[in-house]
Ligand binder design. Structure first.
Ligand SMILES: NC(=O)c1ccc[n+]([C@@H]2O[C@H](COP(=O)([O-])OP(=O)(O)OC[C@H]3O[C@@H](n4cnc5c(N)ncnc54)[C@H](OP(=O)(O)O)[C@@H]3O)[C@@H](O)[C@H]2O)c1
Length: 244
């Protein structure tokens, strides 16, 4: 992949891994369409750098996605990279959660349905541009789950398998997957040990993205994959209590 002179749409660019991706891509001379629900944060980001195009959007709402596509078709038909990064994680026990149905629906909408809809809606635009790519952010928990977040782990397993299959289908658009370990962001606040920073993740991603490595195992995910292949019960018992 060419790392400069792209127009990149990043979901969840207002915090954590998304904000670190935004900063890195700006430093590499790209334009970034930054998405999130936090309008104040988006405005603050856009004030700092005119190459940031803010767009307030709740990706779990179809009407927001429709508005986004019209905005892109009219103003940014040169968008060539989509990064599906936004995500949420609820930790609860299936037998004990009072808001179970609402939580199931919301987590699946944000983590799985919205990224797939965004890909479907953006394909006609991506197809017209050179150096086109889709980057999906999954998780080590999509490979080996933890106990406290079954729906989250299920959505990330879905993104993992979907990304592989879509890669087989698309000829001219490259499909990448970032598989992070525990990263120090709002999502993991107060949980887990041995976290890496979002910036460390992004540096590792960029090195692999540049070399067209499609399935990008970040940090300890490499070890997780090795263990899961050769000692799966050990991998499961470590991840069961996982902190992410
Ligand atoms: N942190 C980890 O250890 C870890 C590990 C593996 C995978 N991941 C994955 O990495 C991605 C980023 O996570 P993070 O740790 O950076 O999380 P984070 O710090 O909590 O940030 C989440 C981002 O998603 C956005 N977002 C959430 N719901 C949204 C919605 N309905 N519509 C639009 N934007 C929404 C938030 O923006 P607004 O609040 O402005 O809407 C925010 O920018 C997620 O997909 C997560 O599952 C994280």
């Amino acid at each position: 992949m060419k790392l400069s002179k792209n127009k990149i749409l990043i979901t969840g660019a207002t915090a954590g891994i998304g904000e670190a991706l935004l900063n890195k891509f700006l430093s590499l001379d790209n334009h970034v369409i930054a998405l999130g629900r936090n309008e104040a944060k988006l405005k603050e980001l856009a004030r700092k750098d005119k190459r940031i195009i803010p767009f307030t959007c709740d990706i779990s709402k179809s009407e927001d996605l429709d508005e986004l596509i019209i905005f892109l078709e009219q103003n940014h038909p040169d968008t060539n990279i989509l990064i599906n990064n936004a995500g949420i994680q609820y930790n609860y026990h299936f037998e004990e959660e009072a808001q179970l149905l609402g939580k199931i629906e919301h987590e699946i909408n944000v983590n799985l349905i919205a990224p797939l809809k965004l890909i479907a809606l953006l394909l006609p635009i991506l197809k017209l541009n050179d150096n086109a790519a889709i980057v999906n952010v999954s998780s080590g928990l999509g490979l080996v789950p933890k106990k406290q977040a079954p729906v989250y782990c299920g959505t990330k397993a879905g993104i993992h398998i979907f990304s592989k299959s879509l890669r087989y289908q698309l000829d001219h658009i490259r499909v990448f997957e970032i598989i992070p370990p525990l990263v120090d962001t709002q999502m993991t606040e107060g949980r887990g040990k041995g976290k890496i920073s979002p910036e460390q993740l992004v540096d590792e991603f960029i090195a692999a993205f540049k070399r067209d490595r499609y399935e990008i195992n970040i940090g300890k995910v490499k070890l997780l994959k090795f263990l899961n292949r050769w000692l799966p019960s050990l991998a499961e018992s470590i991840m069961k209590k996982g902190g992410e």
